[in-house]
Design a protein around this ligand. Sequence first.
Ligand SMILES: [Zn+2]
Length: 403
Amino acid sequence: MRKIDLTNFQVATSETARHINRRIALNIIRRYQPMSRAELARRSGLQRSTVSAIIGQLIAEGWVTEGASPVSSRGRRPRFLHLNGERAGILAVDLRPVTTRVGLAGLDARFLMQTTWPTPGTPEAFASELARTVAAFRSAHPEIVYEGMGVSLPGRVDPAGRLVFAPNLHWEPVDLKQVLESAVGLPVVLENAASACALAELWFGRHPDDVKDLVAVTVSEGIGVGMLLNGQLIHGRNAMAGEFGHVTLDEDGPPCSCGKRGCWEQYASNSAAVRHYQRLLGGAAAAPAEPPPSPAALKFTDILRLADDGDTRAIETLEHMARYLGIGLAPLVTGLAPQVLVIIGEVTAAWDRVGPIVLDVVKRRTLPSNTTQIVPTDPAMQPRLRGAVTLVVQQYFGAPNVA
Ligand SMILES: [Zn+2]
């Protein structure tokens, strides 16, 4: 049982009980739709009269629609409840150092529109570009009620919405929530990309319904870790929990954007793989303290393609990356014992080659009794972008904050 947080609580009222029942009903409809009122009563254990009152309210507010059964049968045809996916328009932003992707989704997290643009160099220029995109979405879909925006980003944001750590973005600490809210005129929720991915996997991933301990590892320019333990995202002091990408493997290793040397992400990220490949191309022995390459150079996706074409240096690069992924994942598996550990990033496209090495290294470095499933995400789910949707969706479907 969670301890009551005496800095953030609400005493229970009968309204709280109604609010909780409404959330439960909304979630059951979301999960099992289409469904009849009778089935909702059965699955929830609520009285039929309570179900009627809740449904009346949800229909009046546009959350739920009720239509005739698609299958005709003799006698009275039951009417079926559906979640109204168009009730709310949610803007989702996947902010990455080079490219930003923006999507417009409904409550069901299905995307109606998406666009990408090069990420501007400053938060202010980013906010202006975002405002232009939102205006374009609004004129394309004027019928939608825009409820809010979720942003998944490569950094850490404190509870007040201040960006406090973003070494791969090269932005100084800034009140990003405020900058974006005044630019787009909507409530904005910001979250670290790996934590947003963990939420997306929990809400929309192909995992068991009862999964409560899930760790998401995003492998991109850097490495981020999002931890959902006991069903709760772990933020830590100043929202800095999950920075395993900056755990030192070798104090004399390559310099890192965080100012230290030899961080895990300097061995197992996409940018580390690009540098490794460039060293192999150079033919000389690896120089341990090479400066980061210019972004105009080779991309990680080129290495994936080269490996598919049988390029031995590209294959060696991916195998090296896989070993270091395993080396960094093993302590997560042993120390946190999640039910599922999901890998997110371009590297999952080469999982046939990378996965077996990762699993072998983890197996050799963890306890024999460990049962954590290490799986690549389903890239079609677009977890970084869908995670941004989830940040807003969970405000409607998540457990009420009664502590
Ligand atoms: Zn670092």
